[in-house]
Design a protein around this ligand. Structure first.
Ligand code: SAM
Length: 375
């Protein structure tokens, strides 16, 4: 049995795990669906390769069903005489955590290890701290309570945060106001339920979805109405093909309006044009006006998608909402936009659709992730 510790966007991370398991394993069972972790019963599982594929999982560890004793769990870790260690607390009270900390200290003293405790700022050790503290040379103990029992285990693998940062720092052409996060791109790409060959991004901008898709082996079509952005996409894609050694890359870029451009694809993924750049939070009238304009634009887009996508298509996309200067959320009316053309996917693990994506602090635009399929 394995535990998956979830990143910041818990529901997106859960759905990503669920869809990854469904696509890659014939038998598995999600045992516990907790707030910040999932436990999964699964055989022939490879945590090392899985952690690199999942964009929303922080850590994976194996749960030993036979013991929940700290001494016995630590006895099985190969330890040098000098190392760092840390403790991730998933749901213990501070008093319960103190007891775990004390017992670990006792164990280390008894066995004469020279170990240095690195206490995380928050409850969960971030993957970047896991690597800078070199916890793979020592250990990260994960402690949690399930059905009233305290359980402990050791982290097997931690996410490689550099993969996403490296993309942003290395790609040749960037635009301040354009560019979907590479992590969100990968998270969304991992949510497709069916096997698809060709994906279309009707608002391709700097090409983030196109690149993420090419790396995963899809053929791609990118549409953007600005020549400059089409050139930016091309430059980034050519760089990525070389940088990520993408074999048989198949891409097509079209300068045109996504509401009226013809193409042939199996599925669609995008973060759309979200209105004028907002330096500060809009007032209600401004937000309502932007939302209404976008609503009209997206409606035409979804009609065109329906006409050009294959009959059993999926659409995974961002739709924005706007938070006004008085804290009110102004939403786009989804019934107006796509219910004539697409329907909501029913999501696993009691997750409701759309899923809120928490945007970085300071952003004036909120994001929902919609998962749709052909009516
Ligand atoms: C939010 S950006 C897309 C970001 C993109 N995912 C990336 O990673 O760079 C939206 C893009 O839509 C383009 N755009 C705006 N209106 C459009 C339209 N009607 N048809 C096609 N593209 C449009 C803009 O030029 C811009 O590049």
């Amino acid at each position: 049995m394995y535990i998956f510790i979830l990143g910041k966007n818990k529901n997106l991370s859960k759905l990503e795990i669920s869809r990854h398991l469904a696509a890659n394993y014939s038998t598995y069972k999600i045992i516990e669906n907790a707030d910040n972790y999932l436990t999964v019963d699964i055989k022939d599982f490879n945590p090392e390769s899985t952690i690199n594929e999942l964009a929303g999982t922080l850590k994976i560890g194996e749960i030993d069903m036979k013991t929940n004793s700290i001494d016995e769990v630590l006895d099985r870790v190969f330890l040098n005489t000098k190392f760092n260690y840390s403790i991730t607390n998933l749901n213990l009270t501070s008093t319960e955590l103190e007891i775990v900390e004390l017992n670990v200290k006792k164990y280390l003293k008894k066995n004469k290890f020279k170990a240095n405790y690195k206490k995380p700022l928050k409850n969960i050790v971030s993957p970047s701290k896991y690597s800078s503290w070199e916890l793979d040379n020592g250990f990260e103990l994960i402690a949690y309570k399930t059905k009233g029992d305290l359980n402990v285990l050791i982290t097997l693998v931690s996410a490689n945060t550099n993969y996403y940062k490296d993309f942003d720092n290395s790609r040749p052409a960037r635009k301040f106001t354009h560019g979907t996060s590479f992590r969100l791109t990968n998270l969304m790409l991992n949510l497709f339920k069916f096997n698809h060959k060709t994906l279309v991004d009707p608002y391709c901008g700097t090409g983030t979805f196109l690149i993420g898709s090419l790396i995963k082996g899809f053929s791609v079509i990118g549409i953007d109405n600005e020549t400059e952005l089409i050139n930016t996409s091309r430059q980034n894609i050519e760089w990525a093909i070389d940088y990520y050694s993408v074999e048989n890359a198949n891409y097509k870029l079209i300068k045109g309006y996504s509401e009226s451009t013809d193409f042939k694809a199996d599925a669609c993924i995008f973060e759309p044009y979200m209105g004028p750049f907002l330096k500060k939070k809009p007032n209600k009238a401004q937000a309502t006006q932007i939302a209404k304009r976008l609503q009209d634009l997206y409606k035409k887009l979804f009609e065109n998608l329906k006409n050009n996508l294959n009959s059993k298509a999926e659409v995974i996309c961002v739709i924005p909402y706007f938070v006004t200067n008085t804290g009110e959320s102004i939403k786009i009316n989804e019934k107006e936009v796509f219910t004539n053309f697409f329907k909501f996917q029913k999501l696993e693990l009691d997750i409701s659709n759309p899923i809120t994506y928490s945007t970085p602090d300071g952003s004036n635009i909120g994001r929902y992730i919609y998962l749709l399929e052909t009516n």
